[in-house]
Design a protein around this ligand. Structure first.
Ligand code: GTP
Length: 635
């Protein structure tokens, strides 16, 4: 029984597991296929997105940083315009302004005039000579008017003072943007505004700025188009920084008045450019002559104070390969260098017209591109496991549980507990399902079996009763005498034996009766009459006998009657003899004239055999016959 239940449980478990396994395999294969397809497209999309992001990032950086250059161009132009306007205005009375020059400047060396030191430290001149609605205090200003072939005329003096006023008026508002703001003049003059150092005071006395390419390039002879221009990158010894200068020559009446300029420090900008938010990216700035403007510290450090480094001297195959691809191009360039596994994004920086190059390892892009499809796969896997768990719970609830329910039901049927089967309640959720139908069918079957069983039992009971009755009849027939209706000799022996064996039996007497001269009766009246007479005698004896009467054989009848002693027994026998005698049935062939009986009587003794008793009674019967018949003898 236990093994059967176990087998059923295993079957249920195995069924649920097998279903789950097959569903897992089928859906797993589908999800894997979908994941592979999704993975491929998602990877391609993520790769393109990553590249787009890098291009966008690069563009934004350049746009942000190039605003400094655009701003420098705009402010220099503003400074130039203001300078011309002020110069025109001052030209009305150049001698007055020239007088101011004498007040504010000193000749520090022969032929060299410099603005007094107080103008750098902080100086408020006499309002008679100067009024400024914004700030009356001159500060951070220095002027160097070096030796020149040109005479220091009132016009020059006036122009220098006007330049000083213009710079004083505008430069402080740009002090955060530029390393310095200055106006150079072709007569070896620089009007300089700087927070960091009084350049005009510190310049060597013999300095001739027109010898420097930076200033020379603004002269009408060198720059006939009079275009503003960015100088190349150079190391400014005074500020100890790498700077780039924008300068725009200003002419008036065909004469070169001066060149407003800004020195823009590139330290911060280049640091920002090469400082990548994408740690794996490398940024490089190159100019149009394949010279390195900015690069990671590890590359640039050995050449830090060597001025501008040409790629030829750098011996860097990556940079050389990049340059080979962009040298003769313009605008945005995006390409890969396969032998280095690098994605290259190159943009032009407006202003100095440099190349801003981002080199990004392809494996890093692939790694980032993999994240998105990986998320997709992990999410798909998680979803798949969740579905399996829900499916398992569902199958357990909807299949395994009802199966166990059915198993219990079948178990009850197997044990023939049909009554219990009919009383099992079907759970509401299974009422309308196939499970409910199956349970109802099994209950119907159990009820049918019960009904058949009851019918069968009733039939068996009936047949058993009939059989018992038949048996009883057979039993009776076996112990009955057919002619007289008395119990027969077999019944006599059975009852004798029973009484003799019964320890608690009351005392009984045994009477052996014989019809007198019965042969003569038969002979005289015929056998049929003899039978009739015998039946009447038997009926009388049976009726009057207090015990039971038996046909012992022929015309002999035995009686077992309760009797305390022989006297009682003889009295009972006498009573029977009288009953027959009193009938006074005529027996013509008998000397006694009537039909009579003789009786031998004896008490039944416990321990003796039936034959002993019968023999003893028979002896007294003979005695009664011998003594004349129609009498009782006993002992
Ligand atoms: N009609 C008839 N006669 C029977 C039956 N059984 C025995 N008999 C007869 O009974 C007679 C018995 O005769 P016996 O034993 O010689 O004795 P009896 O003639 O009765 O004489 P006593 O017994 O000495 O008085 C026999 O003739 C039997 O045939 C029976 O069932 N029917």
């Amino acid at each position: 029984m236990v093994r059967a239940v176990k087998r059923r449980n295993i079957f249920n478990r195995t069924l649920a597991r097998r279903l789950l396994l097959r569903i897992s395999l089928a859906t797993g294969a589908l999800i894997t296929l979908a994941a592979c397809i999704g993975f491929y497209f998602s990877y391609q999309q993520a790769y393109q997105q990553q590249v787009s992001y890098l291009v966008h990032d690069s563009n934004q950086r350049i746009e942000r940083e190039s605003s400094v250059f655009k701003q420098a161009e705009a402010t220099a132009e503003l400074l130039g315009q203001y300078f011309i306007d002020s110069y025109q205005q001052a030209s009305q009375s150049p001698d007055v302004i020239a007088a101011v020059f004498d007040q504010w400047f000193e000749e520090t060396e022969p032929g060299v005039h410099r603005l007094r030191e107080a103008f750098y430290e902080g100086f408020s001149p006499d309002p008679e000579f100067f009024s400024n609605p914004y700030s009356s205090e001159f500060k951070h200003l220095s002027v160097f008017a070096g030796q020149s072939q040109y005479a220091l005329t009132d016009e020059r003096k006036m122009r220098i003072v006007v330049a000083l006023k213009v710079v004083h008026r505008l430069a402080p508002s740009w002090q955060q943007l530029y390393e310095n703001t200055h106006i150079s003049m072709p007569e070896n003059v620089i009007v300089h505004y700087s927070l960091n150092h009084p350049w005009g005071r510190q310049a060597r006395a013999d300095l001739d700025i027109t010898r420097y390419a930076v200033v020379r390039s603004t002269l009408q002879s060198e720059n006939p188009e009079r275009q503003g221009a960015w100088t190349g990158l150079y190391y400014d010894l005074s500020s100890e920084q790498w700077v780039i200068t924008y300068q725009i020559p200003v002419d008036f009446d065909g004469r070169h008045l001066g060149t407003p300029s800004h020195d823009v420090s590139l330290e911060d900008m280049l640091n920002r450019l090469i400082d990548s938010h994408e740690s794996a990216a490398t940024h490089v700035v190159l100019n149009n002559q394949a010279q390195l403007i900015a690069a990671p510290t590890s590359v640039i450090a050995p050449h830090e104070h060597s001025g501008i480094v040409h790629l030829e001297h750098l011996d860097n195959p990556l940079y050389t390969s990049i340059w080979d691809r962009i040298a003769d191009t313009d605008g945005e360039q995006i390409f890969t260098i396969d032998h280095k596994d690098m994605l290259i994004i190159a943009h032009k920086i407006p202003g100095p017209d440099w190349w801003y190059i981002t080199a990004y390892p392809l494996w890093e892009i692939q790694k980032l591109a993999l994240l998105s499809p990986m998320r997709f796969v992990i999410l798909s896997g998680g979803f798949f496991i969740l579905v399996l768990v829900i499916l398992y719970i569902f199958m357990n609830q909807q299949i395994s549980r009802p199966l166990r329910h059915l198993s219990r039901l079948a178990h009850e049927v197997g044990n023939k507990r049909y009554e219990a089967v009919t009383q099992i309640k079907i759970e509401a959720e299974y009422q309308r399902s196939e499970i409910g139908m199956l349970v109802r069918s099994m209950q119907e079957m159990a009820r049918s079996i019960l009904s058949q069983q009851q019918t069968l039992e009733a039939e068996v009971d009936k047949r058993t009763a009939e059989l018992a009755a038949a048996n009883q009849r057979l039993e009776n027939m076996a112990h009955m005498d057919g002619l007289t209706g008395l119990l027969n000799r077999r019944a006599l022996h059975r009852d004798l034996q029973y009484l003799l064996n019964d320890q608690n039996a009351k005392p009984h007497a045994f009477l052996l009766v014989d019809v007198d001269f019965f042969k003569a009766y038969n002979d005289h009246y015929g056998h049929l009459d003899g039978d009739q007479v015998l039946k009447e005698i038997c009926a009388l004896l049976s009726h009057h006998c207090e015990g039971h009467a038996y046909r012992y054989g022929g015309e002999e009848i035995a009686c077992i009657v309760p009797a305390n002693d022989l006297t009682d027994a003889i009295a009972a026998a006498e009573s029977l003899r009288n009953e027959i005698a009193n009938v006074k049935r005529i027996h013509a062939a008998s000397p006694l004239k009537y039909l009579t009986i003789s009786i031998g009587v004896t008490m039944m003794q416990r321990g003796e055999s039936a034959n002993d008793i019968i023999q003893r009674a028979d002896k007294f019967l003979y005695q009664a016959k011998d003594e004349g018949r129609n009498r009782v003898c006993g002992g």
